[in-house]
Ligand binder design. Structure first.
Ligand code: R5P
Length: 308
């Protein structure tokens, strides 16, 4: 079966880097808009192929999701033998349960749509590993953490790895294990979509440098509250590493106010350059290429997968 790579518009540079790492070209694929805003996509040359659609769902999430669903439909109607969605970032993953009576569970809604459209999903550093269970198709959950940890290693000597909320403890332990460092955590309370409050720091950070680790930075409120709480608890220098840099306003302003030594992210999301501090971007192309190559050859994936 021929391997065919195609990309939507969410992360064109990452799609090209992935294709380049695989030594292949991206398929001819068009994504256009009708005057009323509806999407029109075409993926004509994939009959009989093992198709990998590189298209995450970063903001604007609904546009990117619709594009992926339409591309999957186009691939099937063009005769693709198998269609895998490669999502460097999966939106709605934070909605994995109801926060209050009357709410919906967005993670499940999105997983249902993707499961119906695709034969398989490849995702990277999901907000929670349990999200895999929301999908009725197989999910290959790749870990970008080892790549990001390798990038921060030179500046992490002697740091304490800090989870900015209790939900990030597993991720902090993963980084700490790879880097041979201690772990601390900030207790956080979310007040609204843009506001969080740090309730305290668990662990001793007095006089220590800290490396705050998270899966994503959206408004920057979580990271800002954590870094300020850590400084209040006596921490010295601070660096931040997060896989998915959504960086919606006022993230740039908040991050710029923190006097960070480094801000390391991946290219899972196409983001405008953050100026203070400059983003240090780790490319995921080789990881995605390795995963796609293995899936196509039906080779073992364990080495690339996030811990369960
Ligand atoms: C929360 O559980 C996530 O892991 C992130 O910490 C959070 O969603 C980041 O959002 P923001 O940057 O808006 O605080």
């Amino acid at each position: 079966m021929r391997l065919a790579l195609a990309a939507g518009t969410s992360t064109p540079e990452l799609a090209r880097a992935t294709a380049c790492a695989l030594g292949r070209d991206l398929e001819r694929c068009t994504v256009e808009r009708f005057p009323d805003g509806e999407l029109a996509v075409a993926l004509p040359d994939v009959r009989g192929a093992d198709v990998y659609l590189i298209q995450g769902t970063p903001p604007p999430a609904h546009d990117h999701l619709a594009e992926l669903l339409l591309l999957a439909d186009a691939a099937r109607r063009a005769g693709a033998a198998r269609v895998t969605g490669v999502l460097p970032y999966v939106a709605y993953a934070r909605q994995d349960r109801r926060g209050a009576e009357g709410e919906g569970v967005g993670g499940r809604v999105v997983a249902d749509q993707l499961s119906a459209a695709l034969d398989r999903v490849v995702a990277v550093d999901l907000h929670t590993a349990a999200l895999e269970g929301f999908f009725s198709c197989p999910v290959e959950h790749l870990a970008a953490v080892p790549l990001l940890a390798a990038r921060v290693r030179p500046l992490a000597t002697g740091c304490v790895v800090v989870a900015p909320d209790l939900g990030a403890i597993g991720r902090a332990r993963h980084y700490a294990g790879l880097l041979g460092l201690d772990v601390a955590a900030v207790r956080k309370r979310r007040l609204s979509g843009r506001e969080v409050e740090a309730l305290g720091v668990d662990g001793d950070v007095r006089g220590r440098d800290v490396l705050v680790v998270d899966d994503m930075i959206s408004t920057g409120a979580t990271v800002a509250a954590a870094v300020n709480a850590l400084r209040g608890a006596g921490a010295r220098r601070a660096a931040v590493v997060a896989t998915h840099p959504l960086l919606v306003p006022p993230a740039e302003e908040l991050l710029g106010s923190l006097d960070l030594d480094a801000l390391v992210v991946s290219d899972s999301v196409r983001t405008a350059a953050c100026t203070t501090p400059p983003l240090d971007v780790v490319g995921l192309g080789p990881l995605l290429a390795d995963a796609i190559g293995r899936l196509h050859r039906e080779a073992p994936m364990a080495q690339l997968l996030a811990a369960t």
